[in-house]
Ligand binder design. Structure first.
Ligand SMILES: O=C(O)C(=O)[C@H](O)CO
Ligand SMILES: [Mg+2]
Length: 259
């Protein structure tokens, strides 16, 4: 059965960030992921993980001026040093949190030969630093409805760029929510890209709520993922329709499955 990580940027937002760790553990999660840890001392987060026996599955490298609309630095001309600083910072946190994976956001950029070349160079730079720490760097295609102008739109584009990056620890973050909106045929897409997949995320489509609603049949989708050999965390990157805990009935069904 799949193992699920709570995404603390979207789940348990009824609580202040640092209190979400305990809430996730109490709800039965053994791992967490979120966008960014950088507003907090890494030792503070490490203490939370330890106190609640949680693994840190994933977080993102700093993605620029988020409130100002930036969504990553890896394709931005003139931001090479900012990008490099973001990787140094992310790896510093990853080491402290014993986190094996970092998501590197590409940025809002047109796809041109120039932006592709910069992206390949930047992700390669990050992968080489991360490899020394046994950490993977991940790239994720994001749907254009939620993030208009985002550089990385499809799994095919991501795989093509990963081939050019050509580093074994640079891998695909496959988010079924984005894949269904942009491409559909998600199980064939997953099977075709399974060798590149380093992390999975889920949510209902189109509302991005609990995975037991919406147009995707997750019991089937996740059984196929496991059958294809995926053994990593499945990040629950969804916005609960109501109170987070009240919407966790879907998780109990997987626990019963395992018995
Ligand atoms: O939005 C997503 O799907 C993500 O995984 C990113 O990390 C943030 O946009
Ligand atoms: Mg995602």
């Amino acid at each position: 059965m799949p193992k699920f990580a709570a995404n603390l940027s979207m789940m348990f937002t009824e609580l202040p960030f640092l209190e979400r760790f305990e809430a996730a553990a109490t709800a039965g999660f053994n791992a967490v992921e979120y966008l960014f840890p950088y507003d907090f001392e890494k030792s503070l987060i490490a203490d939370k993980l330890k106190a609640h026996s949680l693994e840190q599955a994933l977080f993102n490298a700093h993605a620029g001026d988020w409130d100002g609309g930036e969504r990553g630095l890896a394709t931005l001309e003139g931001r090479r040093q900012d990008f490099r600083d973001s990787i140094t910072q992310a790896l510093d946190y990853a080491r402290a949190l014993e986190c094996p994976k970092i998501h590197i956001m590409a940025g809002i950029s047109d796809v041109t030969g120039k932006t592709e070349a910069l992206y390949v160079e930047n992700v390669r730079y990050a992968a080489d630093l991360a490899a020394a720490l046994d950490i993977e760097v991940l790239v994720e295609p994001i749907n254009a409805r939620d993030m208009p102008g985002y550089f990385l739109g499809s799994v095919a584009q991501a795989i093509d760029l990963l081939e050019r990056i050509d580093r074994p620890n640079a891998r695909l973050q496959f988010d079924y929510y984005h894949a269904q909106i942009t491409e559909g045929d998600v199980t064939m897409l997953m099977r075709d890209s399974i060798d590149s997949i380093g992390h999975i995320q889920i949510a209902s489509v189109p509302e991005r709520n609990e995975p037991d609603t919406g147009e995707l049949n997750y019991p089937y989708v996740l059984a196929e993922l496991v059958a294809a050999g995926y053994r990593g965390w499945v990040g629950c990157e969804y916005r609960p329709a109501g109170e987070t805990t009240a919407g966790l009935g879907w998780l109990a069904a997987y626990r019963n499955d395992a018995k």
